[in-house]
Design a protein around this ligand. Structure first.
Ligand SMILES: NC(=O)c1ccc[n+]([C@@H]2O[C@H](COP(=O)([O-])OP(=O)(O)OC[C@H]3O[C@@H](n4cnc5c(N)ncnc54)[C@H](OP(=O)(O)O)[C@@H]3O)[C@@H](O)[C@H]2O)c1
Length: 280
């Protein structure tokens, strides 16, 4: 629970970290809820992660988020990793418990699914086949979330086939790994396509995919939010597909973090979204 007599603290550990929009998001919620607190960017080198996590409790932090490159390494450091984070294979959020021990969870999957629900009312994971492009950490959270929501068929395509095969073997049905060469054809009959690669992110090449086979009614989603519209999303929008970018995934993953840290479930409002969008 939130304490009116205590200064509330949380942050994001990353290297680099100054690009993160998380401080803006969480500090908006402190203000909105009239709470004295701060959420800070914590520039932590990989070799300093254990010491930094160990300092959370003595410094009075309720917990922290983790971003590149700490999400996997932190699993070996915290005292407990919940089933969800263990299944996804990465921690995105650390919670300091009353006894000072650290528990790790993953809210990326919640963020992805709740953003789609918020932006595309009536969306259903079982509406038809879903093509997921990419098999990195983000993809694992997306695939896990889609499967848990009842997706019947997930066609997983990655430049390095072994990584897609690894997820398919680990998660089992409904994930089916397909060779990278089939990415254009794999869109045939799909109800949704998700880009989880880093292609299209600022400074990266665009995702190399032809959307000709994607049905007109399909939803195209990207988990990238810098830029807000990747070349992949722009191409989908131009041919008439509905699109959703990755900003709402970032905003929504903050909600369960707040619930765990401060006992409050804040809202992702249009004002909040617009405020963050203006900085991108
Ligand atoms: N919105 C959010 O809250 C959120 C959350 C998590 C991640 N993200 C974003 O999602 C993106 C991926 O993050 P991640 O953590 O999953 O990264 P990651 O684990 O490093 O995975 C990167 C993925 O991109 C693929 N890739 C990279 N360059 C490629 C290229 N030139 N052609 C084809 N595929 C390529 C990789 O394929 P290989 O396996 O072949 O290398 C891999 O599948 C980043 O832009 C990140 O910012 C957003």
């Amino acid at each position: 629970m939130a304490h009116p007599d205590r200064f509330l603290l949380a942050g994001v550990m990353g290297w680099p970290v100054m690009h993160s929009r998380s401080p803006m998001l969480h500090n908006y919620w402190f203000k909105q809820h009239g709470l004295a607190g701060n959420y800070v960017p914590l520039a932590i080198r990989p070799e300093g992660l254990a010491a930094a996590l160990g300092a959370l409790h003595p410094l009075g932090f309720a917990g922290c988020n983790l971003t590149i490159p700490h999400k996997q390494q932190a699993m070996k450091i915290v005292d407990e990793v919940d089933t969800l984070a263990r299944s996804i294979g990465a921690i995105s959020c650390v919670v300091v418990r009353a006894d000072g021990s650290l528990s790790g969870t993953n809210n990326d999957c919640y963020g992805f699914i709740h953003n789609i629900r918020q932006e595309q009312p009536g969306w259903r994971a079982d509406a038809g086949p879903i093509a997921v492009i990419g098999a990195g950490g983000g993809s694992r959270a997306v695939c896990y979330g889609l499967a848990r929501e009842g997706a019947k068929e997930i066609r997983l395509l990655n430049r390095t086939f072994a990584r897609a095969k690894g997820i398919a073997d680990e998660f089992g049905k409904p994930i089916n790994a397909l060779p990278w060469e089939q990415r254009h054809e794999a869109l045939e009959g799909a109800a949704m396509v998700v880009n989880t690669t880093s292609c299209g992110m600022v400074g990266q090449p665009a995702l190399d995919i032809t959307l000709d086979k994607l049905p007109q009614g399909a939803l195209a989603a990207d988990i990238i939010y810098i830029p807000l519209e990747t070349p992949f999303l722009a191409a989908a929008r131009k041919r008439g597909n509905r699109t959703t970018n990755g900003l709402g995934m970032l905003l929504n993953q903050g909600r369960p973090a707040w619930k765990a840290w401060f006992g409050i479930e804040p809202e992702v409002t249009a004002e909040l979204r617009a405020m963050v969008e203006r900085t991108i």
